[in-house]
Design a protein around this ligand. Structure first.
Ligand code: FES
Length: 346
């Protein structure tokens, strides 16, 4: 992954606390910046003398766009929302992460059910645009949950797509705290299993192939995934993405001895409580390959040989890889007092 200085071509205020930034791609770098739906970029900014790196979903299929919600104490999100302006140069990485769809076949016929909450919608938008344009026989159903209309990101864009692709795109809004005059297309209040069953009945699949994607805060992700599983949606068709990451419970995390096998030899080092395996290795000058430190690029993957760990975020490894013992050292925290890993493969 490399960083390039890209100029901001457009700043779009999506809501009071969310801003989209579109970057200009110089033609000489266009091939390096080709991306698939569901991929991310990192941006690196100088914040009061400190370099901070953050990872954001690419929120469009047509242009290199990120959409950033301002969060409490989020230094970079504040900078993006309050200070970024057209013409500014920003250090942006080449796209990283696994694509959400890897199917460019124009004849594909599938039905997608997307469940997004809050800024989780940003991870889906590029996929929606891509499928509606490039797969004329596929259908997309987007269920979007947010506080109320004031907080609805991409509301206009979604309504426009609904008009343009009225027979292939359904947009369903659900507000948790609707205001008096908010027009809700479907449902208010907590989401129950029956609500989702009704939703499937109303927007029944139009093709045999179905996919289910859920993205949002962990509580939303767990609730919707559980409802889907209870409605017999096979695990293999269910793709989950939490932008909060798994909660790593401090009580369970151990100070541990880490035995690392790497191409230069073997070392045993101490991992302090709350420190990731990668960060402990960096402290000790053992530098396996790594890049994003966000669980996206997969460069820090290694094999867990002994002990137990928990991963905070994993946007890279699939279930069979995890079952085979692969872990991402940048996201791994020890749950046992001894952990042994091999970084020999990379
Ligand atoms: S460094 Fe990218 S996934 Fe760990």
């Amino acid at each position: 992954m490399q960083f390039y200085k890209l100029s901001i071509s457009e700043v779009i205020k999506e809501t009071n606390d969310t801003t989209s930034i579109i970057f200009t791609l110089p033609s000489s770098r266009e091939t390096k910046f080709s991306w698939d739906s569901g991929q991310h970029v990192m941006i690196r900014v100088n914040y009061e003398g400190e370099y901070l790196t953050r990872c954001y979903s690419i929120s469009s299929w047509k242009s290199l766009k990120i959409t950033v919600k301002r969060i409490d104490k989020g230094r970079v999100s504040h900078l993006v929302n309050n200070s970024f302006k057209v013409g500014d140069l920003v250090e942006v990485s080449t796209p990283i992460g696994k694509p959400l769809i890897n199917d460019s076949n124009i004849h594909t016929r599938k039905t997608l059910y997307l469940f997004a909450a809050g800024s989780g919608i940003t991870a889906f938008f590029s996929m929606i645009e891509n499928i509606l344009v490039a797969q004329p026989y596929s259908r997309v159903n987007l269920f979007y949950r947010c506080r109320n209309e004031k907080h609805a990101i991409f509301l206009k864009q979604a309504k426009l797509l609904e008009k343009l692709y009225s027979n292939r795109f359904n947009f369903i809004l659900s507000y948790s705290q609707p205001r008096l005059f908010d027009a809700v297309s479907w449902h208010k209040g907590a989401i129950s299993q029956n609500d989702i069953a009704d939703y499937f009945t109303k927007y029944a699949p139009s093709a045999q192939r179905c996919e289910y994607h859920v993205c949002g805060p962990t509580s939303f992700l767990n609730l919707v995934s559980q409802h889907l599983t209870d409605l017999d949606v096979p695990e293999i068709l269910l793709h989950k993405q939490s932008f909060e990451g798994n909660e790593v419970k401090a009580d369970n995390i151990q100070q541990a001895k880490l035995n690392v096998i790497h191409p230069q030899g073997t070392n045993t080092i101490e991992v302090n409580k709350g420190e990731s395996l990668l960060s402990a290795m960096k402290q000790q000058g053992i530098a396996p390959a790594y890049s994003c430190e966000s669980g996206l690029c997969g460069q820090c993957q290694c094999l867990l040989l002994d002990g137990d760990i928990t991963m905070k975020n994993n946007y890279y490894l699939n279930e069979p890889q995890e079952k085979a013992g692969l872990i991402l050292s940048c996201q791994s925290y020890p749950l046992s007092s001894y952990v042994r890993i091999s970084h020999e493969g990379n």
